[in-house]
Design a protein around this ligand. Structure first.
Ligand SMILES: Cc1ncc(COP(=O)(O)O)c(C=O)c1O
Length: 379
């Protein structure tokens, strides 16, 4: 059996007519840049997440750069960001001349260790980027305590977090809607993913919203009049049309992902060499990816590949050891938890259209690998 890590074609086949109609209708309208589908999709995102404002941009990475620029997280600013995350959570700061200040993460939940973050605060610290990684939000209560105490700007990297919710001040809040800004990525593999690149910035602050709208079109709100040196970063109208179709199925998407996660948990729970992800109290998880911590991770990955199973390593190198961040002066050993996770985390196949049989096959292959390891060590 072959089990892909991710397969977009199954969903396309299931809703082919809807996708084809949506795409054809944009082409027939001849309106490609910031067409009506972008506005409609922004409205739908506001409705779904509860954010007051939403602005579609070209991708999640641009969303982070635009939001950082507007919040002043640039030259002269130190910005706290986790060391175990996708590159863009830190490059947004570095590319604007700011200093990413890396923080270690929590071994059980993968998200930023707010205690470690507090120790790294200096008089130059201007902001914090909590990243909602893999399946649940960062601890936003602890994060906002730091934000209030040290007067920081807060940019939630919710690129992976569409649909995730956590309790904040007694109310469930959607990922990305607590800080000054939240950003989403609609990269194809994401829980809400399009057929190319796409991103969104959300905020509850009207002045910040107006700036993002202007920044995405070269800093202008009236054509050819530029108030800021902005960007050319707009959500493509064709992608907005695809995303509108996908959003109508989002609850089903999330439920199916949850069912696969539950099956993985059940079938892997008694394998001592596998550590399953923990969910923080009260968090409403969404399984964007299903990451386990595995002994002999690289050999397990090779074994699964031989069995026709696709996996992915999120993330093989912590950010402080990336070549481009050498100038920051960190060294191996500085972030022990993140470094351990980079050696042990493995993402198993996860997308809504996976079948029960496929998940069972993946789990049986994992079990078989550790059985073999035991036999070898017994010889
Ligand atoms: C945590 C995180 N931040 C930012 C991004 C960047 O999003 P995009 O790929 O849409 O630029 C991603 C997506 O891969 C991500 O996982």
């Amino acid at each position: 059996m072959n089990v892909p890590f991710y397969d977009a074609t199954r969903e396309y086949r299931a809703y082919k007519h809807d996708f084809d109609d949506a795409i054809a209708s944009v082409i027939a309208s001849g309106s490609f840049i910031l067409g009506k589908e972008v506005r409609e999709f922004e409205e739908a995102i506001k409705g779904y997440t509860g954010a007051k404002y939403a602005v579609g941009v070209a991708n999640g990475s641009d969303a982070l750069v635009i939001a950082s620029d507007i919040l002043g997280l640039k030259k002269g600013a130190e910005v706290l960001t986790p060391v175990f995350t996708f590159f863009a959570s830190a490059s947004c700061i570095a590319r604007l001349g700011g200093t990413p200040v890396f923080c270690d993460v929590n071994e059980d939940t993968f998200s930023m260790d707010m205690g470690d973050a507090e120790k790294r605060i200096t008089k130059n610290t201007k902001g914090i980027i909590p990243v909602h990684l893999f399946l649940q939000t960062a601890d936003m209560t602890a994060c906002m305590d730091l934000v209030e105490q040290y007067h920081l700007a807060v940019l939630e990297d919710a690129a992976e977090a569409f649909g995730m919710e956590s309790p904040y001040k007694g109310v469930y809040k959607h990922a990305g809607t607590i800080g000054d800004f939240g950003v989403f990525s609609f990269f194809p593999t994401k829980t809400l993913g399009c057929y190319g690149d796409g991103g969104m910035v959300v905020t509850n602050n009207e002045a910040l919203y107006r700036k993002v709208k202007s920044y995405r079109v070269h800093g202008s709100s009236v054509r050819y009049h530029h108030d800021y040196i902005g960007y050319n970063s707009r959500l493509d109208t064709l992608q907005a049309a695809v995303l509108q179709v996908k959003l109508t199925h989002i609850e089903n998407t999330i439920e199916r992902r949850a069912a696969h996660a539950a099956q993985y948990r059940e079938l892997l729970k008694d394998i001592p060499a596998i550590k399953l992800p923990s969910i923080k109290d009260g968090n409403r998880e969404v399984n964007y990816v299903f990451c386990v911590q595995a002994e002999n991770r690289d050999r397990l990955e090779a074994h699964l590949k031989e069995q026709g199973i696709g996996t992915s390593v999120y993330y093989p190198i912590p950010l402080h050891l990336q070549k481009c961040f050498e100038y920051l002066g960190y060294k191996a050993g500085d972030f022990p938890v993140a470094e351990r996770l980079c050696e042990s985390v493995l993402a198993l196949p996860m997308f809504p259209e996976l079948t029960e049989d496929e998940v069972s096959y993946v789990c049986e292959s994992v079990r078989e690998f550790y059985r073999r390891c035991r036999r070898v060590s017994e010889i």
